[in-house]
Design a protein. Sequence first.
Length: 417
Amino acid sequence: MDKKFVLTVFAAALAGVVVGSLLVAPAASAGLLQDLWGKIFPAPSANTQNLTGEQKTVSYSPTIDYEQAVVRAVETASPSVVSIIISKYLPIIAQCPYNPFQDSPPEFKDLFGSGGTQFYTQCQKGSKLQEVGGGSGFVVSADGLILTNKHVVEDTKAEYTVLTNDGKKYTAKVLARDPAQDLAIVKIEATGLPVTTLGDSDSIKLGQTAIAIGNALGEFRNTVSVGVVSGLARTITAGGLSSGSSETLDNVIQTDAAINPGNSGGPLLNLKGEVIGIDTAVVSGAQNIGFAIPINRAKKDIRSVAASGTIKSAYLGVRYVLVTPDLANSNKLSVDYGALLKGDQGGAAVQSGSPAAKAGLKEGDIILEVNGTKVDDGHTLGSLIQQYNVGDVITLKVQRGGDTLTLSVTLAERTTS
């Protein structure tokens, strides 16, 4: 039968049904039309079949659930987020009168120094404690331990004040600054403080939701921004605005949740309200590219301060470049991964008197593994060493020329210098 004829008959029949339905009551006609449309084009059900006939469950989560999760996460963490105010004694500059002719001969003074003309110059009249900056932090123990960035509290001549979420002010004391990474712990005299829940930064996934909370621009407390984890295992060189110093940070989290100046030291949260990172840096001139130190890196610092009042960081004592396939090809290396020990303007490849020197490491060696873990862009040498404590003995697999060596190293404590 001709397809055009079938379609024509179907259309005529449909028209007849529609015309007929209009002759009945409006409510009944609407019901007939809806029933007819449902039979011709049935609505999809939650359980449908694919082309192979297999049952497939289709689930849908409304947007409101996501928004509620963000709100709950913020409500959970906000009470423990604090603002850190940085203050310094700055000179008070005033206009002071002076006589530019006081050391001149008397006749010169008589000629130019009279006539009532008053001269002024800038001078200092004492000093005044003034606010010079701000950052963020979050409570990690109910008795007043607060985690923040080292660069927030790096000025040893400054005074620090913590402003809690309920508006109370406390004088803060810097207990410890991590010599190996941009972390510090300060203490306030308080009890019963709300404490953040620390998550597991080793389990985060690319694309998962990230929430940043902090004292944006040192002015807007508890500012919330939402984005995603946009990168993992990044290596960056971050510089402090006040000191001009810079620091290389390995294996940091990249996020597009807005991290503004003043957010430094604040928490990066997941949708459970757990801290997965410490907001620490942004890329100048970029659109929402920020970085956070994984929270698992800070847990050892928190335990160390709670136990001893200081942060003890283990170190190996080498300078290195990460071996990549391109570097291996250009330098004709026998391996395309690992850490190539190489000196630079900052110092020798192997620091004199360091654990590395005592173990016999030399410039040009390539450290391939640390306790069986391969050294690569996802597991840099620095990040692997930071997992261990002072006094731990680790085993290094080392490529030296055509030989593969196994060396044991006893890690020592890194000093601030």
